[in-house]
Design a protein around this ligand. Structure first.
Ligand SMILES: [Mg+2]
Length: 182
């Protein structure tokens, strides 16, 4: 059965515990993307660069980011999940970058119920090398497409949580019924 992603709430404890719908599992080079019309996952492309996603990657439903899409999220996982998997994720940071001139921030989280991440509350728990891998991935993954992303770097858990709230608010505002002529 196909459920439209926007029938799923943005989280269980917004803005700090969110629902991440995974499009691309950690370790994959194929860029899967949800098809907004049908709710099916489609293969957008095989990355031109020979690199793979450093974590499970997807979006938070019922959010609207500054680039016009749902807010992106990267989830640090011990084992990749699968395309279409819903992960209840605790926000512990924010990765800031620009793509095509728009802010294209990635919320960063860990699975809320994973005991190996139970103590993770902010970026100080994360191995610094993992943070460098993420920076390198998002800084280079479009290079062989002749396209450059602009990396701004890591920000705090508070910044990630604020970005979730802003994107939930933006979604609500955007989908408010408008009174004709008002
Ligand atoms: Mg985006």
């Amino acid at each position: 059965m196909i459920h439209h992603p926007n029938t799923i709430p943005p989280g269980t404890n917004i803005p700090s515990v969110v629902n991440a719908i995974i499009e691309i599992p950690k370790g994959r080079r194929s860029k899967f993307e949800i098809d907004k019309k049908t709710g099916l996952f489609r293969l957008d492309r095989y990355l031109f660069s020979s690199s793979h996603y450093p974590g499970d990657y997807g979006f938070i439903p019922q959010t609207l980011a500054e680039d016009g899409d749902a807010l992106d999220i990267l989830v640090m996982v011990n084992e990749p999940t699968f395309t279409g998997c819903l992960i209840e994720a605790r926000v512990i940071g924010l990765f800031k970058m620009k793509d095509k001139g728009f802010n294209d921030y990635k919320v960063f989280g860990v699975p809320n119920s994973d005991p190996l991440f139970a103590e993770y509350r902010d970026l100080s728990s994360v191995p610094p090398h993992f943070l460098r891998e993420v920076e390198h991935f998002f800084g280079t993954y479009k290079q062989l497409e002749g396209h450059h992303t602009e990396i701004q770097g890591w920000a705090t858990a508070e910044a990630g949580i604020a970005e979730v709230q802003a994107s939930v608010d933006r979604f609500v505002d955007h989908n408010k019924p408008r009174i004709p002529g008002a």
